[in-house]
Design a protein around this ligand. Structure first.
Ligand code: AMP
Length: 513
């Protein structure tokens, strides 16, 4: 089948030709005719399948008739993360080069002013993250009564991030007669319920199993000890992995993204970082630096795992094995794109081992070890030294190898301190925080945040409702919150303000006296 067989307009076909695409991908082939006919579409497809063009191209064709009015956008595309929203904007710029359409992007971390100006000009296409869009709507700066086409992209990611109540709300705010194009890589029950409620007789289009891992990507496990040894293993891989041109390194926690990033920087690697706590300008700068080759390594949290379309990533390295097996599929989907060969390496310590079986069960294949398996791993050098010393003196040696993480609290603290020093350079003795001093730091932030009334009022470019999740950050079930462990508290958090805890004297007490 050719693009010209799909019913797209002449302008769109010219843009497709300029992009260099010769044949439509399966999702495009199946979804575009339905979308052009005005039918709702339920697309079960992952990123990398060409699904952005599957909704962008028919939208452009349909938008050729009609004009946008100030504050009343004609179409709305909801994306779970700012990066994905920006990527869709790029797609509109590329495929819509011949259309004089106004495309507005509403994402957090960017000032309200510029975004408002674009909405006021009349947006043909509004691409938004749910929180920021609702903020605009609630402030009366945006009307949803003119929406002709609603696109909900990456719905299962929206679910992970706690955005489903916002999506439900938005679906009720847009006209009943709109067309809905709905995409999700998987169909958990919550998503099925949503589609049953808000799609009208949709054409169901399915292109690949969500749990499939890309055939062109080799996958291996590399055993390592934890702590500083794990970072050493990472450095070794970055220096010697076969065919490594560039790499995305995934950590489970934002905190570790910072540590690994600084550690690699200190060791002279050209490296950037990307996680949900960074401001938007820094996030885009990191991504651009990686895309244009200014840095070869990007250390990320899972905010970068889904959907980001960076065509030529030779390696994905899981510094931590993901705790949710489906994240593994999304992470390694960043390499081996567009038919290129890719490599996925997962570093496995004692701590990570339990997640590997779940991953293998999901992808229905065993991942080979590159080098010794975890149980064959020699004890680290310092343990060997200890053993020799102990043998000489007759003491009990420290445990090593697989018992690495069972070391005493004192040793663990030392390890963490080593990690911090490795990342930032040695701290001056008097200022280096002790373990018990670093732990409550987040608590202190919680205590301070709402102290003044002004501080608790949202800033111009922050989500208005404290109950809405910070954009891009997952907020559902407990285990998935690993990335959130070190997230800053928004609004009141769950602490009780100190003035509420202060003892008070009441009148009745006085009377009794
Ligand atoms: P997506 O799934 O939308 O993230 O698209 C993945 C990649 O496939 C993007 O780099 C697109 O530019 C590319 N792409 C989309 N449609 C086609 C096509 N018909 N032929 C070749 N590449 C395509």
């Amino acid at each position: 089948m050719q693009f010209s067989d799909l019913g797209l307009s002449e302008k769109v076909l010219r843009a497709v030709e300029k992009s260099g695409y010769t044949t439509p991908t399966p999702i495009q082939e199946q979804a575009i005719p339905h979308a052009l006919a005005g039918r709702d579409v339920l697309g079960i497809a992952q990123t990398g399948t060409g699904k952005t063009a599957a909704f962008t191209l028919p939208m452009l064709s349909r938008l050729e008739q009609g004009r946008a009015r100030a504050r009343v956008p004609r179409t709305l595309i909801l994306e779970p993360t700012r990066e994905l929203a920006a990527q869709v904007e790029e797609a509109f710029n590329k495929y819509g080069a011949e259309h004089k359409l106004n495309v507005a992007l509403l994402i957090g971390g960017v000032s309200f002013g510029d975004q408002e100006a674009k909405i006021m000009r009349g947006a043909d296409v509004l691409i938004a993250t749910p929180g920021r869009m609702l903020d605009f709507f609630e402030r009366g700066k945006l009307l949803l009564s003119g929406i002709e086409i609603l696109v909900i992209d990456e719905a299962d990611r929206m679910l992970d991030m706690g955005f489903i109540p916002d999506i439900e709300k938005i679906c009720k705010l847009v006209p009943f007669t709109r067309q809905t194009l709905f995409f999700s890589a998987t169909m958990p029950p919550e998503i099925t319920r949503l589609t049953e409620q808000f799609l009208h007789n949709p054409a169901r289009v399915e292109v690949a199993r969500a749990a499939s891992t890309v055939e062109t990507t080799t996958q291996v496990l590399v055993a390592s000890h934890g702590g500083g040894d794990k970072r050493e293993t990472l450095r070794r891989l970055l220096r010697s992995a076969e065919g490594l041109k560039n790499a995305i390194v995934f950590c489970n926690r934002k905190r570790d993204v910072g540590i690994v990033h600084k550690s690699l920087e200190k060791h002279g690697f050209p490296v950037g970082a990307l996680h949900g706590d960074m401001d938007q300008a820094s996030r885009m700068a990191s991504l651009d630096a990686f895309k244009n080759g200014a840095v070869d390594i990007l250390v990320c949290s899972d905010v970068a795992a889904r959907g980001l379309d960076i065509p030529d990533v030779s390696h994905v390295i899981n510094f931590d094995a993901p705790t949710h097996p489906e994240d593994y599929v999304h992470r390694i989907g960043r390499t081996g794109r567009a038919g290129r060969s890719g490599h996925a390496i997962t570093i496995v310590t004692d701590h990570d081992a339990k997640y590997i079986a779940q991953i293998e069960s999901l992808i229905q294949r065993q991942i080979d070890w590159d080098g010794p398996r975890l149980e064959e791993l020699a004890a680290p050098e310092y343990v060997e030294r200890d053993r020799e010393r102990a043998a000489r003196s007759g003491e009990r040696p420290r445990r090593g190898g697989r018992g690495d993480r069972e070391r005493s609290g004192r040793e663990r603290t030392g390890g963490r301190k080593r990690a911090a020093e490795e990342a930032t350079g040695p701290a001056p003795r008097e200022t280096a925080p002790r373990e018990h001093e670093t732990a409550p730091r987040q608590e202190a932030t919680r205590q301070e945040a709402p102290r003044s009334r002004r501080a608790s009022r949202p800033a111009e470019d922050e989500p208005r409702r404290a109950s809405r999740p910070a954009e891009d950050e997952p907020r559902r079930k407990a285990p998935r919150r690993r990335e959130e462990d070190d997230a800053p508290v928004v609004g009141m958090g769950d602490h009780v303000p100190s003035f509420l805890l202060r003892s008070t004297r009441t009148k009745s007490v006085k009377t009794a006296e």
